[in-house]
Design a protein around this ligand. Sequence first.
Ligand SMILES: [Fe+2]
Length: 567
Amino acid sequence: MQEKWGIGNFGQPIDLPIFLFIYLSAMESPSKLRQPHLLISSEKIDRRTFLQKSALSLSGVSLLGSLPFSSQAEDLNDYPFTLGVASGEPLPDGIVLWTRLAPKPLEGGGLKDQEIEVYWEIASDPEFSDIVQHGTELATKDFAHSVHVEVAGLSPSSYYYYRFKTGEVVSQTGKTKTAPALGSDLAELKFAIASCQNYSAGLYTAYDHMVKEDLDVVFFLGDYIYEKASGANALRKHLPDKEIRSLEDYRIRYAQYKSDPSLMAAHAAFPWIVVPDDHEVKNNWGGDGPPYDDNASFLQRRSVAFQAYYEHMPLRKTSIPEGIAMRVYRKFSFGNLAEFSMLDTRQFRTDFACSGNWEENCAARFDPGRTMLGEVQENWLTENLSQSACTWNILGQQVRMAQVGRKMDGTIKYAADSWDGYAATRNRLMSSIKDNQVKNLVVLTGDSHKNWVNELRLNPDDPQSEVIGTEFMGTSISSAGDGKEFSDIGLELMEINPDIKFYNEQRGYVVLVAKPDELRADFKVMPFVTLPDAPIHTIASFIIANGIAGLSPSNRDTATTVAQALV
Ligand SMILES: [Fe+2]
């Protein structure tokens, strides 16, 4: 088996066009995925780039001797680490390490009922000369032979390298980083937000750029997969090519997405903190079901969708689904600089107000009996925020929080799926932030496949009302295809809703840098995703000053000018 992917296999440089040919061919032919050496680009790589790309690298190969043998299953005749490695859930002393054994990833995994021991090790150096911890974890069919290792006892603010082994086969090497010590002074936290990676709509070029960033952590804010069949003009056909409903379907769809080398490299380069949105289950679902689905069958579907989500994400065991429930709202702290409350705006919401689409200002939006977060999560959130001692209080969540009216059919309408459909919950949240004097509220959002900067007011209908915080909405990685820089819709939205400070419809991600005195957001976009090799550039940057809600006064006028020039 080792001969198939020994060091000699990537000793010869491969030109980028050849790499792309092989890459796209591999998407067509699952069998090529079993030869991961073929997927390595040999662009002029320095050590750092090599390590980042080495989600597909074979850095463990030369060190096989340092790893003990573990039991090898009969079915492991092919390379089992086809879906790469990942880490997540960074704590000051711990991290989750993830992989899944799947020699035939697009055929359900390729393993039968065996329980397979997977050896793992984590080191302070990429050569694994200083292994700080190691152990074994059992991969079972119950979790599609995925492995979630919860490593504890690590040092804060430290880089680590990790890998897995089963039989004689060693996985790719991943790099990760722990959080700073609780309450410690932190000069800077650099992170990215990403969301919405429809595999059939575009390439994951954004991740090729992201791995070159020097990030402490990546936040993925939902729509990791899409549940539908691929459309007639799909760039890459979905597998299975139908709307997925069963556990087997969801597993194959995740495997297909995670087979993408760019996504694999991004997972191997940084720890990720993930939350799901709607498409991990079904478009626009909420609570017990989407408004147009059969309730009983939907709940069954939701339970298998949650199961597959857990299996493929670097989550803690506290997120293992129990029936139709999965706990994904949780808190992360990075020293005394930033606290992230990750929200679940799907599972506990009451059914849509009005018809569930863009609607006129119907009374149900303001019904205090309706909820976006559910009572338990809402109380948890307000308590987190009121007790936080961190400079930046950040929410990571799925759907737009800012009020956005849109002129349709001669009247102003609001999206029932966003926080506009749950305005009573939003009003309560804004009031509690004001009453508890919560510092520096920043909301990070996915979902819309567009870049937005929105200021959040106590009363969004009153322009004199106090600004409570700022929402940065990141665009999609690939969903909705190429997108565009200029949009008449953007201009119209900004005229109707003056709290929108920026709007753009291209693909990419947002890099944020939090410091004690300011938080900066750089919106990075690409001109296309339906062809390979798109360049990336920062289309606009925004700054929030510590202690001043909303965009920095020195930045606001410029921001508005930039944004209006773009629409
Ligand atoms: Fe999406």
